[in-house]
Design a protein around this ligand. Sequence first.
Ligand SMILES: NC(=O)c1ccc[n+]([C@@H]2O[C@H](COP(=O)([O-])OP(=O)(O)OC[C@H]3O[C@@H](n4cnc5c(N)ncnc54)[C@H](OP(=O)(O)O)[C@@H]3O)[C@@H](O)[C@H]2O)c1
Length: 216
Amino acid sequence: MNAGMRIAVLGASGMVGSRVIEEARARGHEVLALSRKPASDDPGVTPVAVDADDPDALRAALAASAADTVVVSLRTMPVDQEFLVGATRTVLDSAARLGIRVLVVGGAGALRSPGHEDLLVADDLAYVPAAVTAVAAAGVAQLRACQEHPGGDWVYLSPPALLEPGTRTGRYRRGTDTLLTGADGRSWISAEDLAVAVVDELESPGPQRHITVAAA
Ligand SMILES: NC(=O)c1ccc[n+]([C@@H]2O[C@H](COP(=O)([O-])OP(=O)(O)OC[C@H]3O[C@@H](n4cnc5c(N)ncnc54)[C@H](OP(=O)(O)O)[C@@H]3O)[C@@H](O)[C@H]2O)c1
């Protein structure tokens, strides 16, 4: 276990980012909260205002961070694949130069569909209705950007099909690149338990570069 890390969270104010920060702080890690309008009363959380659409600003924020690791949990509404991939590449470039580990919280669409190993969830209408195809495709493109990046230390965490605020149980199932479903066929986790999995992976990195989790 890797206690006392310095963790930068890009997307700090979001559903996932805010819970990762809470989990990391509860375990005694220091946090840099990066978003356009970050705020925190916690002395262990340093707010860093940065627009991830500005590569120079993002590079400068990471260079000044002295972080051990950076969690990327960015999202825009509507989805902006160019922004998402561009910001992810900028983080990967900077992090590789600075020796910072990267954990990307991406999309379920980048996983293989259970029982159809050649089919991505993004292309499986059973999981991804037409209305969210573009969101799923952006997640796939974000994973490809990681896979095509030369060198660097990254891991891409795909949530299950459904990720929403809930309660922290501290338990979850861990998989690799295939969507996880429970006995009831549901592919789900609370954002609180996803945050537990994120911080577990940061503290004890596993061997896989693409992982997923679901409620236990
Ligand atoms: N089932 C699934 O696959 C599933 C479900 C839900 C979420 N997710 C994924 O989980 C990740 C996190 O999602 P979320 O639900 O936590 O998103 P969210 O609540 O919408 O938060 C998005 C974060 O991105 C930040 N952000 C957006 N544009 C930015 C910019 N230009 N510069 C800096 N920060 C910016 C926002 O901060 P500011 O606006 O304060 O700058 C906010 O902190 C995403 O990859 C999302 O696709 C996957």
